[in-house]
Design a protein around this ligand. Structure first.
Ligand code: SIN
Length: 277
């Protein structure tokens, strides 16, 4: 197994390895890189759905997404799809998978099945780096705050229809009732490092503040976290895996390939309740 740094401020790309045959030592190497960088990429894989699931299960328990279209025979796999007819792409707002859950997803394993002829990249923002770069004063304020995360304004039937009328990629809008409170700064459960844990898609406000009061500071934190020095842009090739840690990075899909298809399969790994600092 070989690796190179990703183009960008963080991330590692692995190649010359088949995840179906990965030894425990190689798996440890991937885990260490992910722990240090928040996201890793593994190029040139050839996985059927069972193999994708088997790889995910080597990392822990799978948690099925409630709202995404699923692979028919394999409901653990969420379909991330854009057809030429779609105006929007799934995940085009910066987000952290499942942050509306009381035990948010630990990580996600996204596998590229079909990519457009150009574009369709994914951006990752490193929330350790974003936190570390804040002033001592703002860190101190944020260390004592919690924030509310919700699924309703994103995945309810009404919200999906506003986003893209007649969208066939989502279901279960009536189940979009999750609302959870997490520390704004978490102590990462594995690395022990401090990371910002708010995201533009699912975070609605600071606990005890109104949405209106929360908006300016949240906006500042999003602008701060997504500046170029904290963002890695990943360009896909078919057969590539991106495996990220939702407690260390936010991500966002780029919507720049009108009239083309892109098909990804995503498996999300169960996480744990998050602790503050
Ligand atoms: C996602 O938000 O999980 C999908 C990201 C992507 O399709 O690039």
């Amino acid at each position: 197994m070989k690796s190179i740094p990703s183009p960008g401020p963080f991330g590692v790309e692995f190649f010359d390895v088949d995840v179906n045959q990965m030894s425990d030592v190689e798996l440890d190497g991937v885990a260490t890189a992910q722990n240090n960088h928040g996201v890793v990429f593994i190029r040139d894989q050839n996985l059927d759905c069972e193999q994708h699931i088997a790889f995910a299960q080597r990392w822990g328990k799978i948690v099925t997404n409630r709202f995404f279209e699923r692979v028919e025979e394999h409901p653990q796999i969420a379909v991330v799809r854009k057809e030429p007819k779609h105006r929007t792409v799934v995940g085009e707002i910066w987000h952290t998978d499942h942050s509306y859950d009381a035990e948010p997803a630990r990580g996600s394993i996204l596998y590229a099945r079909e990519v457009p002829s150009a574009g369709g990249d994914t951006l990752f923002a490193n929330m350790y780096m974003a936190y570390d770069a804040l002033s001592r004063g703002l860190k101190h304020t944020l260390d004592h705050l919690s924030a509310v995360h919700s699924s309703a304004h994103v995945f309810s039937t009404e919200a999906v229809q506003i986003h893209e009328h007649d969208d066939d990629r989502f279901h279960g809008g009536e189940q979009a009732i999750q609302r959870s409170i997490h520390p704004v700064v978490i102590k990462h459960p594995i690395s022990g490092r401090k990371a910002l844990y708010v995201n533009p898609d699912f975070t609605t406000h600071f606990e005890g503040w109104t949405e209106q009061e929360s908006r300016p500071l949240l906006k500042y934190l999003y602008q701060h976290s997504t500046q170029d020095e904290f963002v890695t842009r990943f360009h896909w090739s078919p057969g590539t895996i991106a495996f990220w840690d939702n407690r260390a990075v936010m991500h966002k899909a780029i919507n720049d390939y009108p009239n083309e298809r892109r098909l990804m399969h995503r498996i999300t790994l169960a996480g744990c309740a998050l602790q503050g600092v």
